[in-house]
Design a protein around this ligand. Sequence first.
Ligand code: ADP
Length: 397
Amino acid sequence: MAKIMAVNAGSSSLKFKLYEMPEEKVLCSGNAERIGHEDAIFGIKWNGQSEKTILPILDHAKAVELVVNAMIEKGIVSSMDEIKGVGHRVVQGGKYFSKSELFNKDTEDKIESLIPLAPLHNKAHLVGFRAFKKILPNVINVAVFDTAFHQTMEPEDYVFPIPYEYTTKYDCRRYGAHGTSHKYLSEVGLNYLKGVKHPKIISCHIGSGASITAIKDGKCVATSMGLTPLGGIMMGTRTGDLDPSVMNYLCKCTGKSVEEMYQIFNKQSGFLGVSGVSNDSRDVLAAVDEGNEQAILSNKLFIRRIADFIGQYYVRLGGADLIIFSAGIGENSPRTRKEVVDEIKDALGVEIDEEKNKDLRGQEALISTENSKIKVVVIPTDEEVMIARDTYSYYIK
Ligand code: ADP
């Protein structure tokens, strides 16, 4: 038995979950937000209880100290020594990492060298790692990469049709994201495909950020996000795929710089940009019901983009046995699931069972009919448990 922590460090936040492994029992979870401020927020949930405090947290090391002290105070651990490993989510592993890796100088240097590809994320992950190393110097740290699962793609799936020297010299290619989630979903998805020889899965991680992955025999063959998480389907505030000329044309029209427009594509587009209402799909759907034309259009765009990728991946996989819906929207919106299936049902023979496609409240469920040519399931994703598993496996090595 060992207590293992899964961590997701952002530039001003630190999410954590402590597991008893190998049972995968969650002992506590929480979040430090607004790190760097006098009025930062520290929240922790344990044993059916929760607590939120507003206090100064000036850096990540302070946040880690708070986390560990809170765990001791609340009797979740009796001393720091009980924590045997810390697994860190790392957004960009580039071409270097096709699996989780122990943190050492080489891992640290590589993550650092990838900062240009994920400026906000990778920098923050390193800050998080260094904070843990300072507070828990004798514990193993493991980097778990969002991109690792997608490293099995073939060049024709990851190379962009740009001058080839840009691909080789600058490593400018598709890396994808949400890989830890897609891996988890495909593993759980296999439970629905007992006896299928070469299982073909299309997993749809549809939250604020959203991506779709084609998986054959447990391996990723294609994924919708690109060099960064801006690519692929439309999202809460991100464009997804665009004609690259849009950048050039709009910069000329508006007089904005490439950097400004890039921020607009990342933060003011998608649901928010098209609907003018919100980046949150619940608000957008409420506006759809009130007859808001832009909200209706944004929702249609969203559904169409998802359906297009499912169609593309159906062809890429040579068919499909299972479609998985997951993440904030995929898990919680029966309406979005139905609207997506309505778009693909004539071509792919997919049928949803209206009774089963209900508000599932975080439950896993098969929602297709017996006659459906492809099974459709809802699986709540769990990236943290994957981080804890990989970290634990290094601990027992
Ligand atoms: P991320 O992890 O990328 O920040 P999430 O996976 O948490 O995003 O998903 C957030 C999205 O899920 C939001 O657009 C939110 O509106 C949507 N969502 C959450 N609950 C529901 C619901 N009951 N119905 C529709 N959408 C929902």
